[in-house]
Write a protein that binds this ligand. Sequence first.
Ligand code: AVJ
Length: 324
Amino acid sequence: MSTFDLTRLLPADHFGQALRHDVKNGMTAHPKWLPPKWFYDARGSELFEEITRLPEYYPTRAEREILTSRAREIAAITKARTLVELGSGSSEKTRLLLDALSELGTLAEYVPVDVSESALEAAGKSLAVEYPRLAVRAVVSDFTHGLGLSDGAGGPRLVAFLGGTLGNLLPDERAAFLTSLRAGLDPGDFVLLGTDLVKEPKVLVAAYDDAAGVTAAFNKNVLDVLNRELGADFDPEQFDHVALWDAKQEWIEMRLRSRRAQTVKIRELDLPVHFDEGEELRTEVSAKFRHTRIADELAAAGLRLAEWWTDEAGRFGLSLAVPA
Ligand code: AVJ
């Protein structure tokens, strides 16, 4: 008999407090910046789902191609009893892993971890129906408040962090995340990481600046979030979407460029924010990786890269790592 329950690891007004902090911090910094997690309100999550279907945005399809061909192998290697998924969102890709582990007969528990309670409720409840022998233990958290690695049904545990979201963390944030992940693992546990790979800049930039303008709308949507949540008076039409490849950092940057000199007032923070004409606000970095650098970053966090797979075209990489 499948079950569904939900645990909140975040304090009640976590989002309100965190948003105020990040906006005050980012809007008074030089250059201005915002963490990408504020993209994902209901509209932002919808736009991201639309992005994953765009011809230019290959990462989701490339990762699904790898999971489709390797899920059984991953199940056989890990014999996981618990599948923890960080940033689970709609759990679409997860079904490939859930099917393979259920078929093998080892899986007892699925622990989706996400900041969005509504996404967890929707995905978690439908999975509990689809997988009658599975206990779904959803956890509302962000990576700084615990990874939901409670003992639960116990090991072996497979902790999946898919979609390339690791690339949205800045290098020091990434090192801290991998180290705290390692600290929560026991011998016999596994980590599965999805990472987009370095490739031709024109292909990368197109994936973040599609012809239909969906990514531009996704990027500008964060201004609507600030208007709604903090009483700001941003006019998204007074900003242009920018996507660029930083060859030195090997990451894509998304920015919003001010079309004219303007001052935006953020009422809830009692903060006027001035933008010069052409001034840019960074809204996301999306790091692209190489096989060797992933192995190095994992090793630095006490993890050993055990298996490495890419899609046919070598655009995306899936790493299976173990505690070193
Ligand atoms: C959330 C990491 C999967 O960085 O590729 C898509 C978010 N940003 N288009 C990425 C995103 C712009 C995406 N991930």
